[in-house]
Design a protein around this ligand. Structure first.
Ligand SMILES: Nc1ncnc2c1ncn2[C@@H]1O[C@H](COP(=O)(O)OP(=O)(O)OP(=O)(O)O)[C@@H](O)[C@H]1O
Ligand SMILES: [Mg+2]
Length: 317
């Protein structure tokens, strides 16, 4: 397999998920160094393109979350520079990062996703917030879940159990993005199913069940050790685990994703599996679910990162 001279782990970026990305990037870099690879971290800033041109790495591992790590922008740049990278191509990232677009594409291949409406900030202003909010509740009922249409790490996301909570939830959401995705809230078991392709085609890893101590999988619950309990495999019947693995693999292929993805799902109390979203640059921190799932499947983290980089280098794009 292709030898790696040196590799670059892209981490940082300017989204609100910068700190998480730096943690993900350091973990990937450390694991690669332990595996004997010369790995350096680079941020997405004005120094990036000159550095890549001056000393092209054999391959790049993108670990930037949120907008432009996950919306395709940074991968357009990597393609322009001509350095192979791990993960999905820019055009696929566009469709995956935008939650309403991703929901429509996975729904088209038969995967359930919570009923929803997508509305930009201006519509509340121009048509009158009260009238719009009343129609949302009349159509979708309660409880609801509000989040930015493009975002991550639960920033700007909140559950809405009463009509009185909806305006505040929408305002919080607009602090993180200009478009709100308002979904029916699904009660049930939250799981994350990662898909990786280590050379034998995309394979779903064991489902990781997520049980936040405070009940909600918010930013603190995600990135503070001990705030969330994880169960691998998820404590679900075998048929639900099979269906979840199939849903994640189908979402990966329906969205044209490559190498690595993580699909977030909720299994309702009646056993139906709902797609929430897919991440093309999943978290790699100590509390992130993809590294846990790799471990449960018997893949050492550093070796898996190394294999992904070697495959990208061999592919050449
Ligand atoms: N329709 C819903 N019903 C119930 N809970 C939901 C719903 N949508 C989202 N959630 C909760 O909010 C969390 C964040 O939602 P989601 O995964 O869609 O967005 P995100 O902020 O992009 O997350 P990530 O950091 O995983 O990229 C979920 O992990 C889940 O706990
Ligand atoms: Mg998520």
């Amino acid at each position: 397999m292709t030898e790696l001279d040196h590799v670059v782990v892209l981490a940082g970026g300017l989204s609100p998920e910068r700190d998480v990305s730096l943690r993900s990037g350091r973990r990937v870099r450390d694991a690669l160094e332990e595996a004997g690879v010369d790995a350096r971290i680079a941020d997405a800033d004005a120094a990036l393109i000159p550095a890549l041109l001056a000393d092209p790495p054999t391959a790049i591992f993108p670990a930037i979350h949120g907008s432009y790590g996950e919306d395709g922008a940074i991968r357009e740049i990597l393609a322009l520079v001509g350095v192979p990278y791990v993960g999905s191509v820019a055009s696929a990232c566009h469709g995956a990062f935008d939650k309403p677009t991703a929901k429509a594409r996975v729904a088209a291949v038969g995967i359930a996703t919570p009923e929803s409406v997508t509305l930009p900030r201006e519509i509340f202003h121009d048509l009158g917030a009260t009238a719009v909010i009343d129609r949302i509740i009349a159509r979708l009922g309660l409880p609801l879940f509000v989040k930015p249409a493009r975002g991550g790490s639960s920033l700007g996301a909140s559950p809405v159990r009463t009509a009185a909570e909806l305006p505040t939830a929408i305002v919080s959401c607009f602090a993180y993005g200009d478009t709100a995705l308002i979904e029916r809230l699904i009660d049930g078991t939250e799981i994350a199913v990662s898909v990786v392709d280590l050379g034998d085609g995309p394979q779903a890893l064991p489902a990781v069940e997520i049980v936040p101590a405070a009940g909600q999988y918010d930013y603190t619950a995600r990135y503070t050790a001990g705030q969330t309990a994880f169960y691998i495999p998820a404590r679900l019947p075998d048929d639900a685990l099979d269906a979840a693995a199939k849903a994640a693999a189908s979402a990966h292929s329906a969205l044209g994703l490559r190498d690595i993805s993580r699909t977030d799902l909720i299994v309702s109390e009646s056993g139906e599996i709902y797609f929430l979203e897919v991440n093309v640059s999943p978290g790699m921190t100590e509390t992130s679910t993809l590294p846990m799932a790799l471990d449960a499947a018997g893949h050492a983290f550093g070796t898996a990162c190394l294999t992904l980089l070697r495959l990208a280098a061999a592919r050449g794009n």
